[in-house]
Ligand binder design. Sequence first.
Ligand code: NAD
Ligand code: UFG
Length: 345
Amino acid sequence: MSILRGMNVLVTGGAGYIGSHTVIELLNAKHDAIMIDNFSNSDPEVMFRIAKITGQKPKIYDGDVQDKTLLNKIFQENRIDAVIHLAGLKSVGESVKEPLAYYRNNIDCTLSLLEVLKENSVRQLIFSSSATVYGQPEALPLTETSRVGIGITNPYGRTKYMIEEILNDLLVSDPEWAIISLRYFNPIGAHESGLIGENPKDIPNNLLPYISQVAVGKLDKLKVFGNDYDTPDGTGVRDYIHVVDLAKGHVAALEQFKASDKVDVFNLGTGKGSSVMDVIQAYEKACGKTIPYEVVGRRPGDIASYYADVSKATAELNWQAQKTLEEACADSWRWQSKNPDGYAK
Ligand code: NAD
Ligand code: UFG
């Protein structure tokens, strides 16, 4: 569906890593963003940074997406055309330790949101899914029709799979809905201004924030989880996508809603796999330092290799990732070196 005017978009989890970059790209594309976030994994300072980058200060509601009263208030106070639903807990390891918190938060947020959308006759939704729904890949690259749901190793990943199933059931019941599920591969990097970026509250679980904290001197050395995989250099291979490219993918999707009795799924990746060693080398180049590392055993639940087939997004969304791994590492380093403690000043 082509649009003639900017849309008013509610962004749940808008203060988070991907949400903040997405809000900026929405504003750049002349859409309006209204945000809701409970700051459970983000910092209100991000609002000032968004204003500094864009010259606009989007409205934010400080609260929980599970709170239907608050959601209804947002719909009463604003004309919302569509929702981008990013709010959720995302730590794989934590989800293994606290499965109930993950199922409660991620599923409940989605159900509350869908009920309120229905009550307010807003039926356009983009959902933040993950390549994790593919579980153990049968073949690479992963296409949107690759098998899902088998071999997902943790509760976090299962919430993404279950939510996609819920969304499909909803569409079967009412094809007036237009729902897009974006399956992100591995988002990395930061806004080129160095003003916003990934801001883990604890010791990072993911590769890029870990490396960047080693580079800035907050952590001693990287542990490389296994170098005996069946990959070119033995380390795990992933499809790392710059977060600004990912954010632009949301804008492209927003402009392509179509009613259907199935969720319209898109892989958002680069189509290229990079190993842990490739990432270390790219980061060393970006920061001009050596990244100390040691190879340790495999991390339980890790998959050797996966990367996306992005031809569907290219053809139907007219979208493609533009930025390289090297650019993502340079932007990550700019953010990390200018903000060694994240948003905490
Ligand atoms: P993030 O933690 O930085 O952002 C999520 C935001 O949601 C945070 O600001 C948090 O405070 C908020 N939130 C969580 N529960 C909430 C609730 N009940 N009510 C209101 N706000 C709530 O994470 P991110 O990396 O920006 O991820 C955004 C989305 O993308 C998540 O759904 C995540 O699962 C998904 N995703 C992320 C990755 C990744 O590697 N970063 C990969 C695939 C999918
Ligand atoms: N790795 C290390 N050392 C570390 C961290 C990671 O060697 O300290 C390796 C991993 O073994 C893997 C690669 O770096 O080979 C990437 O690991 P990440 O933890 O950065 O990312 P994952 O691919 O494991 O998972 C991420 C998110 C998931 C999401 C998935 C797909 O954490 O939530 O990408 O989008 F589902």
